[in-house]
Design a protein around this ligand. Structure first.
Ligand code: KDO
Length: 343
């Protein structure tokens, strides 16, 4: 487990300001999006998050912060449970202009920005504090510039989504990756995720987040991986018997806005949207860290077995799977060393 440290809300670095400015000066210029009859700027949000999870609740913080800083200027519409766009379809919707805001995962980004796949690899980012330093510093600025250029979206803030753990339907003695042989481990449906499941030693099975609970209940899958706060919020603990604390991925979600929507905002509005995204991330991060540290006790009380495997064996197996993969070949030279040196 990574107890982590509380985050300090980062001031937007200069290079991120430039990035915002550059994106905003792009496609639409001063004319912007067509005005709505209400006169308010429409900001539609779509996420697969369940209402009880912190990265769902944080959107209310975003909305309230914006309503305070810019009363009556924005019409913020929050759509949870993948009710507007299915999981993974959000970045394309942002680029097309059918959606204004979402949280994008490193795995979603890696589909179009292959360099980003370094952040989909297990056991690279050490802990939540290091994650925030990476993405709020020069590495983040460089990587987000690639995202803005190639995906037509702009990351505004970095949410700690939690440290992913294994969660099994039946109790199993899991010491090393070899003990996961034959386990149908549900992963989200993209090759970056499936590779992670394979690297862990399991048989990865793609499934949308919204179908995981029933998959576990009916036995079409043997397990799933997610951070503990999400195991609680989505109630996966009701249909599983074990947590294996592999801590294999210190996961991030990036609050991102479409460049089209960004370009349509007046400079003062841009700063307010940025500040609201920052406030939402800080709310998520603080609450998630606090809850993550408390949840093992909760799951034990619910009757789950909580075990810690041989973490050295997991580190070695997973890291060597990535080092020997095509992913590592496209990681920018020196990036891994720069990540490791970020303290
Ligand atoms: C999941 O499907 O396991 C995952 O945790 C992947 C994340 O990138 C993110 O999409 C998340 O689901 C959803 O926000 C639901 O919590």
């Amino acid at each position: 487990m990574n107890p982590g440290r509380p985050f300090t809300p980062g001031v937007l670095p200069l290079n991120r300001r430039t990035l915002l400015g550059a994106a905003a000066a792009g496609a639409l210029g001063a004319a912007g999006l067509p005005a709505r009859a209400s006169g308010k700027v429409l900001l539609r949000i779509s996420t697969p998050a369940v209402p009880d999870d912190w990265h769902a609740k944080m959107w209310t913080v975003f909305k309230d912060t914006l309503e305070k800083s810019a009363p009556g200027e924005f019409d913020v519409q929050i759509n949870l449970n993948a009710s507007l766009f299915k999981q993974g379809a959000e970045p394309a919707a942002l680029a097309r202009g059918n959606l204004e805001l979402t949280t994008v995962s490193a795995q979603d980004i890696a589909k179009l920005v292959p360099e980003f796949s370094i952040f989909t690899a297990g056991y690279i980012v050490r802990d939540p504090a290091q994650q925030q330093k990476i993405f709020n510093g020069p590495i983040g600025a460089e990587m987000f510039k690639l995202v803005a250029d190639k995906m037509d979206i702009t990351p505004l803030s970095t949410c700690y989504y939690g440290t992913r753990q294994l969660n099994l339907r039946e109790v199993r003695n899991v010491r090393t990756p070899a003990d996961l042989k034959g386990i149908k481990l549900r992963m989200p449906g993209s090759k970056e995720w499936l590779f992670l499941g394979e690297a862990l030693g399991a048989t990865p099975t793609p499934l949308a987040f919204g179908e995981v609970y029933l998959g576990l209940k009916s036995g079409t899958i043997d397990g799933q991986d997610n951070p503990l706060p999400t195991v609680k919020a989505a109630k996966f603990y009701e249909v599983t018997k074990q947590l294996v604390l592999t801590s294999h991925l210190v996961d991030a979600l990036f609050i991102s806005i479409s460049n089209k929507a960004l370009a349509a905002l007046a400079p003062a509005q841009r700063q307010k949207v940025q500040a609201a995204a920052q406030a939402a991330a800080v709310y998520n991060n603080d609450n998630r860290l606090k809850e993550e540290a408390e949840l093992v006790a909760f799951f034990k009380k619910e009757g789950l077995q909580v075990t810690t495997p041989d973490l050295d064996a997991f580190h070695k197996t997973v890291q060597s799977a990535y080092q020997n993969s095509d992913y590592a070949k496209i990681w920018p030279k020196g990036l891994l060393e720069r990540i490791n040196a970020t303290k």
